[in-house]
Design a protein around this ligand. Structure first.
Ligand SMILES: Nc1ncnc2c1ncn2[C@@H]1O[C@H](COP(=O)(O)OP(=O)(O)OP(=O)(O)O)[C@@H](O)[C@H]1O
Ligand SMILES: [Mg+2]
Length: 382
């Protein structure tokens, strides 16, 4: 049944993704309650109400469940058990079992393998005794990744020899890991899919550039062959079908020797889909509201070429960046998350640069990046 404006939606997690969901939901006339343990979290400041509590706090979850007509999440590290618990009170999408797959690399890769989706060579590592045979089957160099709780390249180490593999496993706390072959990438791309029980919308492919394993820039449409673009979009859609998924999903791909390999999935809007806010008919956050409320989906059509740049806390090393430098570009759209402390590597904002061609959009993006970082390094000299 459709949940219509005026009803109350719950969001687990108060970060920037929760904030942008909250903004879309409130624009459409819904009330939003955010549950997050932190004071002054980006989404809590925009929501109608912020329940300040841990994700395991049953009393707080019961309150959220009672007050909301449906609940969703902004990140995959909410315990799947929390989502399961909430179903006693209200509708929850995506489901606990969907999120359980996305929050554990071992389960995620097993799901891809079992369903015939292409992934790179990997092996599960649960003890030191798994390492030698893993190196033989996967090859060197490889990447050791924690199965759970990694993000932005945290919880992963590149391995060049056996000794490094043992050391890395120790420094990751001997927790369950996967070892992946370090692939030589032609490119990285991603696709956002929105799905309800009876409808699917798939966005155009985004070409992603990473710096230090953190997304730096997304270019849309991706500069890859049409056939390859259609292939990755259809893999992404098929993943949501196989999971019987209701919600928005981001699917990350590696392109190796012209072929796509699924890297990982996110059971929520994705950083590489922020371009949809200014360049598509329907943003990924509005689509998240629509999927949660079982509304008809909005069009995912792209209206214009676009380049998104992420602004990390490093740019704040000498105070707030000079936003006047951004506002002089009439086709640049600033999205600032309202985080109270900047740390190196922390995602603080993004800017969507529109252009009548990718070349123009890229030129604006590069100019803004340079101006903002020049400001930081100038300040460094004082
Ligand atoms: N097997 C691999 N071969 C080549 N590059 C890799 C491999 N695994 C990871 N990388 C690089 O590191 C980046 C981050 O890896 P991954 O997506 O697994 O980590 P993450 O910490 O979950 O990141 P996020 O959640 O921010 O997307 C990738 O986008 C890619 O640039
Ligand atoms: Mg990733």
């Amino acid at each position: 049944m459709m949940i219509l404006p005026g009803k109350t939606l719950g969001m687990l997690g108060g970060g920037q993704l929760g904030r942008m969901f909250t903004m879309s939901a409130r624009t459409m006339g819904y009330k939003v309650i955010v549950l997050d343990p932190a004071d002054n979290c980006p989404a809590g400041e925009i929501a109608n109400f912020h329940i300040k509590a841990d994700y395991e706090n049953k009393e707080a979850l019961a309150e959220l469940g009672h007050k909301c007509d449906a609940v969703t999440t902004e990140f995959e590290n909410v315990p799947a058990e929390t989502l399961r618990y909430l179903t006693a009170f209200t509708q929850v999408h995506p489901t606990a079992s969907n999120v359980a797959i996305a929050q554990d690399r071992m389960l995620e890769k097993q799901f891809m393998k079992e369903n015939g989706f292409p992934i790179g060579p990997y092996t599960n590592i649960t003890s030191h005794s798994d390492i030698l045979s893993a190196l033989t089957s996967v090859g060197l160099p490889s990447v050791l990744k924690l199965c759970r709780l990694g993000y932005d390249g945290k919880g992963q180490t590149i391995i060049f020899n056996e000794a490094e593999a043992h050391n890395a496993f120790d420094s990751l706390g001997r927790k369950p890991c996967v070892m992946e072959k370090l692939l030589t990438l032609d490119a990285e791309v991603s696709v956002i899919v929105a799905r309800t029980h009876n409808e699917t919308e798939v966005y155009p492919v985004s070409e992603n550039r990473h710096v230090n394993a953190i997304l730096d820039m997304s270019i849309v449409p991706a500069r890859i062959e049409r056939k390859l673009a259609e292939e990755v979009r259809s893999i992404a859609v098929n993943i949501t079908h196989k999971m019987n998924y209701q919600g928005v999903m981001g699917v990350e791909f590696f392109i190796v020797a012209g072929k796509p390999y699924v890297n990982e999935i996110a059971p929520r809007p994705h950083n590489s889909g922020h371009y949809t806010q200014d360049a598509c008919i329907t943003s990924q956050f509005e689509q998240q509201v629509r999927t949660l409320c079982s509304l008809p989906l909005g069009s995912s059509s792209l209206l214009t070429p676009v380049v998104m740049i992420n602004l990390l806390g490093d740019l704040w090393s000498h105070g707030e960046p000079d936003w006047r430098k951004v506002f002089t570009h009439p086709q640049a759209k600033l999205h600032l998350y309202g985080k109270h402390t900047a740390r190196p590597g922390r995602k603080m904002a993004h800017i969507n640069c529109i252009g009548n061609s990718i070349k123009n959009a890229l030129a604006t993006a590069e100019e803004i990046k340079q101006t903002l970082s020049r400001n930081t390094s100038l300040a460094n000299n004082f």
